[in-house]
Design a protein around this ligand. Sequence first.
Ligand SMILES: Cc1cc2nc3c(=O)[nH]c(=O)nc-3n(C[C@H](O)[C@H](O)[C@H](O)COP(=O)(O)O)c2cc1C
Length: 431
Amino acid sequence: MFHLGWFYSKGFGPKAWKHRWAGPESSVRDFTKPDNAVFLAQAMERAGFDYLMIEDSSNVPYTYQGSHNAYLEHSVDTPKLDPTVLATYVAMGTKRLGCVVTCSTTEYQPFMLARKFNALDHVSDGRIGWNIVTGSNDGGAQNYNRDKQWPHDERYDMADEFLDVCHRLWRSWDDDALVLDLEKGVFADGDKVHPIDHHGKYYKVRGPLSAPPMPQGSPVLCQAGGSARGQRFAGTWAETIIAAPRGVEAMKAFRANVRAAAVEQGRDPDSIKLMFLISPIIDETVERAKERQQMRYDDAERDLDFGLASLSRGTGIDFSQFDLDAPIPHLESNGHQSSARALEGKILRDVLRYQRALECVPLAGTADSVAAEMDELMQEVGGDGFLLMDSYHSRRYITEITDGLVPALQKRGLTRTAYEHERFRDNLMAF
Ligand SMILES: Cc1cc2nc3c(=O)[nH]c(=O)nc-3n(C[C@H](O)[C@H](O)[C@H](O)COP(=O)(O)O)c2cc1C
């Protein structure tokens, strides 16, 4: 059996709007409401998914052509509302599904983050995860007291200390510190709550946390960076990884690297659930699914500005300077280095046409044929499952996956038909 998750790409922002099956205008206008995510989360829970991962970034990008206009015109990673607010609605609308929220270590302070995830885990009864990111382009840093991002590898050094502080805060109350003895009139035992007095290179935090321990002890930790330093960080901390290598060989190499990094840190590599991104198209016949796949490529080629703006944001490099029909030169990125590396030498127009979606392997077919391909992929590559995604998904797309593809996976005994446990980590680690 393998696990399933959903990568809620473009975060708490617009989903299908100018795209097919976007729904009535009113539902497009309601992109600032939780309804789309809750609809998705409930469908995922029906299908036994492990988690919904809400992506985030918190600035209006302007890397492409030095202007924010293309980003706003095409809704490229903006607007986005605060994902921690959306997570509370997802938690309320579901009972077993995990919800992973993206927060950046260069935008939060450790105490603020530890406190927020403690509260989220309490109100969701132990179903919260944190997608740890460190920031990408300079525009993001400029909303948080800086002119530029910290250097790429140093961001991960800071994140190591950040995580250490968070864990100490999450452990700063003993399990029996909350007394609640109504007769004696004792609420909590001060001797069982401990300041952490952290004085590190980047952070200074007294502690203790201002709330009792959360149901899971700590949020499930998720990570997505694929650079060498990113993988070392993941090997140290991550419990689940979002991976976007392209093709079977790259998937195998990614898995081997992450597992080696885990072993180096003295961890059991099986305690990290590696999830590969896919965006399958499911239809009644293989031909119809392939036709829709072709339409996806054609749409991408028509929407060049969208693709160029998107690449520019992630890498922090203005892609308007490159020839569409020439190989992409060597890129020095202080942003998503793994994404930048994967682009070098490829023809830019091909990248925009065929590789705009973050998918490890393109899949299109009937529910049954795609389920069979997913089975083969897992057997060949190893790994722990898949994260589904479609940045501008419609309700139709959600239903095709959760009520079309997943029953075909279940029939083959590949994914769960009922949750084993109540809490997110327990379900994720169940197999
Ligand atoms: C599939 C994928 C999803 C990501 N999602 C986010 C995100 O939601 N928010 C964010 O700020 N960074 C996101 N990132 C960026 C990484 O988490 C990381 O901070 C960045 O890529 C730099 O790491 P790297 O150079 O190790 O790849 C994502 C990266 C990948 C590959």
